[in-house]
Design a protein around this ligand. Structure first.
Ligand SMILES: O=C(O)CCC(=O)C(=O)O
Ligand SMILES: [Fe+2]
Length: 359
């Protein structure tokens, strides 16, 4: 492996996001004899809760309609409602070529099928955010997620450590690169319509989505106690906007709504977009960064790729006084400072957003 020192932006990211090492769950789940009560103890949650609603549909937004003068007004109103009321929407007619989606799906599946040592080797990038395993493991006693993740910085081009990106499967770098670039275009369009909906100058949002971190999530099935573990603990995203692609249409994502957990039905044609903490702060709470989590299946694995879009680490995010005549509810937050709070053990059960709220 090459040992060149990654770019300074890369190492700054890694200072923000360090994690304690834990065992890979894909490996654990593949060894029935190791699925002992003792080995599973750190994953079992006493508090999963059963308030699950199945019926409600996450709003669907058609990107084609937003670009069509005949439909734009109606569709923009639906976008506004989705961001205010749900914090989530399914983006259809997004325009990414089928081939690009098919390739990223197939390469992520192949990547997670590689032997553990191979995947781990790709993760050993000194001073970089790139990593394989679980993020956010900050204390020895913490409950663990039933999930393995592989993260990389994908944008901006000068900050990514492309030379360390996996070369297996052979087409992986190209698939990641193509998918990442397409998302940058889409996010630009979505932000354009969000700025319109909020009635603010688009320029004020230009710098809010320049960085993109991709996280590929692998949730193994858990035969023995699927209903007692979580793939991902409840959280809101410390991003401006997140775009999720479900790789294999296996259910698992739940959104908190009116104090119940709503299971999102996979839609292979859609990208799932959600408002992150930075957009909540910027919109002075008008748009909501909603809590979500991932549950586990007994027999089927689930795979997804999350794309988190952020301002640059040097940036700040402040509530836009023009959006609202109401009282300012959030502090001006440095992006790096906020991410450090989000990923640190200083939360003491509070959400990172609480640190951004003015009392
Ligand atoms: O994998 C999923 O369904 C959700 C992932 C997610 O919420 C995240 O990566 O922040
Ligand atoms: Fe998330």
């Amino acid at each position: 492996m090459e040992t060149e020192v990654p770019s300074s932006t890369g190492s700054r990211w890694s200072r923000v996001a360090s994690s304690l090492p834990v065992r890979n769950v894909q490996d654990l789940a593949a060894c029935p004899e190791e699925m002992t009560a003792q080995n599973l103890e750190r994953y079992i949650r006493p508090d999963i809760g059963v308030l699950v609603e199945k019926s409600s549909e996450v709003p669907v937004i058609d990107l084609g309609k937003l670009f069509n003068p005949r439909f734009v007004e109606e569709e923009a109103a639906r976008l506004r409602f989705a961001c205010e009321d749900w914090g989530f929407f399914q983006l259809v007619n997004h325009g990414i070529a089928d081939e690009i989606i098919t390739n990223i799906r197939s390469d992520i599946q192949s990547f997670f099928q590689l032997p553990l040592e191979v995947k781990c080797a790709y993760a050993q990038v000194p001073g970089s955010l790139q990593g394989y395993g679980q993020s956010f493991v900050v204390s020895e006693g913490q409950k663990l997620d039933w999930c393995d993740r592989f993260s990389i910085i994908a944008q901006p081009p000068q900050a990514r450590d492309m030379k360390y990106w996996p070369t297996q499967p052979r087409t992986f770098r190209k698939s990641i690169n193509d998918y990442s670039s397409e998302l940058m275009k889409i996010i630009g369009s979505v932000v354009h319509f969000i700025a319109k909906a909020l009635n603010i100058d688009l320029k004020l949002m230009d710098d809010k989505y320049v960085s993109q971190v991709l996280r590929m999530n692998y949730y193994p099935p858990c035969m023995t106690m699927a209903e007692k573990v979580l793939g991902l603990s409840p959280h809101s995203d410390a991003s401006f906007l997140t775009i999720l692609l479900e790789i294999n249409s296996v259910e698992g994502l739940q959104i908190k709504r009116h104090n119940a957990w709503i299971t999102v039905k996979p839609n292979p044609k859609a990208l799932l977009v959600n408002v992150g903490d930075f957009l909540e702060i910027m919109s002075n709470g008008k748009y909501k960064s909603v809590e979500h989590r991932v549950t586990i299946n007994a027999n089927q694995e689930r795979l997804t790729i999350s794309a988190f879009h952020f301002p640059s680490l040097d940036g700040v995010v402040a509530p836009m006084t023009t959006i609202t005549e109401e009282r300012i509810l959030y502090k001006t937050m440095g992006v790096e400072e906020y991410l450090k709070i989000f990923m640190s053990n200083k939360l003491e059960g509070k959400s990172a957003l609480d640190h951004a709220k003015l009392s």
